[in-house]
Design a protein around this ligand. Structure first.
Ligand SMILES: *[C@@H]1O[C@H](CO)[C@@H](O)[C@H](O)[C@H]1NC(C)=O
Length: 208
């Protein structure tokens, strides 16, 4: 009798367990620290779980000669809440992704074409560098400053994955020289001289 009651209680509890398979982002709703709210399951289609934009090279005609094509939650609503996302990196010859951090995710970079010199700097300020070739992967731990540089004479391509649907991106040079952070304060906080700060602000579009 007790066994039967136990089985019944298990059945009862599991049939009422609320396990959500997915929470496809409702991109019209707010983006919160916990992600977007869920699109109504009735409106979810397979298209929410497929992103087709990574087959096309990004436009590298820019100051860094590099392009990142994101498949983050904003472009790829199916990854909402799953702690995962992707991107494509194109580096023209001499292209560089300047020192930057993703506050919300570790990154895995998979080189599919060319050679990429990549590295990160730990909190202890140790530098970890490697020239990666086709087929190599490198991991960049969450939050740490890192960079990628084209290390060959031709274009380089990498596929990148992140441990967050929305990894975030902050580029160090842009934070210092591409905004209105007053130059005297940039100089005080970086120990760079005025001429160098003004030069970089002119190149990167900063003011002040
Ligand atoms: C790439 O970007 C540059 C600079 O914004 C622009 O002039 C050019 O038309 C773009 N090329 C393509 C193929 O979109």
């Amino acid at each position: 009798m007790l066994h039967i009651l136990f089985l019944f209680s298990l059945l009862f509890s599991s049939s009422h367990a609320s396990v959500q398979d997915f929470c496809v982002a409702n991109l019209k709703g707010p983006d919160t620290p916990a992600g977007y709210t869920c699109k109504s399951p009735a409106k979810v289609t397979v298209k929410d779980f497929v992103f087709s934009g990574l087959g096309v090279a990004g436009n590298t005609t820019n100051i860094i000669k590099a392009a990142v094509t994101p498949a983050f939650v904003g472009q790829f609503p199916g990854v909402n809440g799953l702690g995962i996302s992707a991107a494509r990196l194109d580096l023209a010859p001499a292209g560089v992704v300047p020192l930057h951090t993703h506050p919300g995710a570790s990154e895995l970079l998979f080189v599919v074409h060319g050679k990429i010199l990549a590295g990160f700097i730990s909190s202890a300020n140790d530098v970890y560098l490697m020239t990666l070739k086709r087929g190599d992967i490198m991991v960049f731990p969450q939050g740490l400053l890192h960079f990628q540089i084209n290390a060959g004479g031709s274009k380089a391509i990498a596929v990148v994955s992140f441990s967050s649907a929305n990894p975030g991106l902050q580029i160090l040079d842009f934070a210092l020289f591409a905004n209105n952070f007053p130059s005297p304060l940039v100089e005080k906080t970086t120990f760079l001289d005025d001429a160098q700060v003004k030069k970089l602000k002119a190149v990167l579009g900063g003011t002040g």
